[in-house]
Design a protein around this ligand. Structure first.
Ligand code: SAH
Length: 422
C-alpha cells in the first residue's frame, strides 16, 4: 500500500524519499554546498533505500539522472515538438519541504517511516537524503516523546492506538514550520503537555495541528482538524509573493525548482497586461497571483476548499485585486464558461498527475483561448492531453522539463501550446 496526500498527489515516497544526516537548519545544502556534479551516493548512506524505493536514483550520479530524464522526455514528446534541456538543481539533496511519516510498532518498539511498496509493513526511516533535515529531526523527536508520554501509535489490525501519521511542512524562505499530528480519534490525552514538550525541543515550530482520520483509506489526512498551537498555517515566499499554506492545501514540494518553473511558465505566457487569464487547478493561487500584475483579470479554479480559502487570503496578503478564485471542478467550471459565451485569452493549467479531461480541453477552444501553458507532474498524462489539444486545433510549441524531484524517477514539465489560425 502506498500513501497518498490529501491533494491526490502521492505522499513523499512516490515523489521522492530516502534519508540521512540531520541537525542542520539552513536551506537544503546551504551550509554544506554539494558540488554541482555530485557523485553517486553509496547505498550505505541510507540503509532503507532499497526497501523504501522513494529515491530510486540516489546511487546514480546526478548528471546521469538528468540524462536519463532528458531521454525519457525526448521519447515522449520528441515527435510532437522541441524538447528543451532539463533544468537540474545545483544542490539536488534535502530539497523536500514536506515530510510524511507513518507510525507503528515493530517488536514492541515505536517506529516511524514509510510503507514498503504494496504492503502495510513500515520501513523505519530516521533521515532521508532528499527531505528537509529539520523536518526529519522533528519526526524523530515526536517518536521519542510518544514513548515518554505513553501515547500508543495506531494499529491497523486491532484498531487500537492514537497516532497514525505525522506531516511536517517547512517554508524555506520564512523558516516557518507546521507539524500535523494525524490521530485516529479526537481524544488526545495530555495533548497540552505533549505540545509544550515538542515546542520546548523545537522552538522553531510555528504551528501544530491535530488532524482526525478514522477512515481506512490510503489518504493521510482526514477532514477534521484542530489547531493545537499557532495560527494553523505557514507562510512562504515564492517569486516575490507571500503565500499562506494550510495543512490540506497543495504546495510544491521543491520550492527552489518551483520558483524557476513558475518564472519560466510566466515568461512563456508572454502576458502584456491586457489579457484575461485562467489559472486552472490553482491550489493556493500561486501561479495566478504571480501572473496578476501582468494581466487584466485572473480567474482561479480549484476543487479543494481549504486551498481556495488560502488562495483568497493570498490575493489579499499580496494586495492583488484583479484575481477571483472559485471552488469548483475545473472541467465543470470551464464548461460553464464555454456555455456562458465567456472568453479567456491565456490558460495556465497545472492539474494533478492524472491530468486534465477532454471536456476541459474542448472548452478551452470554445472560450477562444489563444495560448495554453500546461504544467504537469505526470508527463504520460501530459502527452495524452497534448494529443487532445492537437485535435482541438492547438500546436505544442515546446516542452521544458524541470528536475523537481531529484533522485526519483519523476519529472515536471511545462508545455506551451498555441492555437492554430484556422
Ligand atoms: N497550481 C498549484 C497547484 C497544483 S497541484 C500550484 O502550483 O501550487 C494540482 C491542484 O489541482 C491541487 O491543488 C488539487 O487540489 C487540484 N485539483 C485536483 N483535481 C481537481 C479538479 N478536478 N478540479 C479542480 N482542481 C483540482
Amino acid at each position: 500500500m502506498r500513501m497518498r496526500n490529501d491533494d491526490g498527489r502521492p505522499a513523499r515516497r512516490e515523489a521522492g524519499a530516502g534519508r540521512p544526516e540531520r541537525g542542520r537548519t539552513g536551506r537544503p545544502g546551504r551550509r554544506d554546498p554539494i558540488p554541482a556534479v555530485i557523485p553517486a551516493c553509496p547505498a550505505s548512506v541510507c540503509p532503507a533505500t532499497k526497501k523504501c524505493g522513494g529515491c530510486r536514483y540516489i546511487e546514480m550520479p546526478y548528471p546521469e539522472q538528468l540524462r536519463k530524464k532528458q531521454s525519457e522526455m525526448q521519447a515522449l514528446f520528441g515527435s510532437l515538438c522541441k524538447v528543451y534541456p532539463i533544468a537540474g538543481m545545483e544542490h539536488p539533496l534535502y530539497y523536500r519541504n514536506k515530510v510524511h511519516a507513518v507510525f507503528g510498532y515493530h517488536k514492541g518498539q515505536i517506529i516511524s517511516g514509510i510503507y514498503e511498496e504494496n504492503t502495510h509493513h513500515i520501513v523505519p526511516i530516521d533521515r532521508c537524503m532528499i527531505e528537509d533535515q529539520k523536518s526529519d529531526e522533528i519526526i524523530v523527536t515526536i517518536r521519542e516523546l510518544l514513548k515518554s508520554f505513553k501515547i500508543r501509535t495506531y494499529d491497523e489490525d486491532t484498531g487500537y492506538g492514537l497516532l497514525r501519521h505525522v506531516l511536517v511542512r517547512r517554508a524555506f524562505a520564512t523558516g516557518e514550520i507546521m507539524v500535523v499530528l494525524v490521530t485516529r480519534s479526537p481524544v488526545f490525552p495530555s495533548k497540552n503537555h505533549f505540545v509544550a514538550a515538542l515546542r520546548e525541543r523545537h522552538p522553531e515550530i510555528t504551528t501544530i495541528i491535530q488532524n482526525m482520520n478514522d477512515r481506512d483509506t490510503s489518504m493521510v489526512l482526514g477532514d477534521r482538524e484542530h489547531v493545537l498551537y499557532g495560527k494553523g498555517y505557514i507562510e512562504d515566499i515564492l517569486c516575490g509573493c507571500r503565500f499562506r499554506i494550510s495543512a490540506k492545501s497543495f504546495y510544491q514540494v521543491n520550492p527552489v525548482q518551483a520558483e524557476r518553473l513558475y518564472t519560466k511558465a510566466l515568461e512563456l505566457a508572454g502576458l502584456s497586461g491586457r489579457e484575461t487569464v485562467l489559472d486552472a487547478y490553482c491550489g493556493i493561487g500561486t501561479i495566478g497571483i504571480i501572473a496578476a500584475n501582468r494581466a487584466r483579470q485572473v480567474y482561479g479554479v480549484e476543487l479543494n476548499p481549504d486551498a481556495v480559502r488560502d488562495a483568497i487570503c493570498n490575493a489579499k496578503i499580496n494586495g492583488i485585486r484583479n484575481v477571483r478564485f472559485y471552488q469548483n471542478d475545473a472541467t465543470r467550471f470551464m464548461t460553464q464558461m464555454a456555455q456562458n459565451g465567456d472568453t479567456v485569452d491565456v490558460v495556465l493549467m497545472d492539474p494533478p498527475r492524472s491530468g486534465s479531461t477532454e471536456e476541459f480541453i474542448h472548452a478551452v477552444k470554445v472560450v477562444r483561448t489563444k495560448k495554453v501553458i500546461y504544467i504537469s507532474c505526470g508527463p504520460d498524462t501530459l502527452a495524452r492531453d497534448l494529443k487532445v489539444f492537437r485535435r482541438e486545433g492547438y500546436r505544442t510549441e515546446g516542452v521544458w522539463p524541470y528536475d523537481m524531484f531529484p533522485a526519483t524517477g519523476h519529472t515536471e514539465v511545462i508545455a506551451e501550446l498555441q492555437r492554430e489560425n484556422r
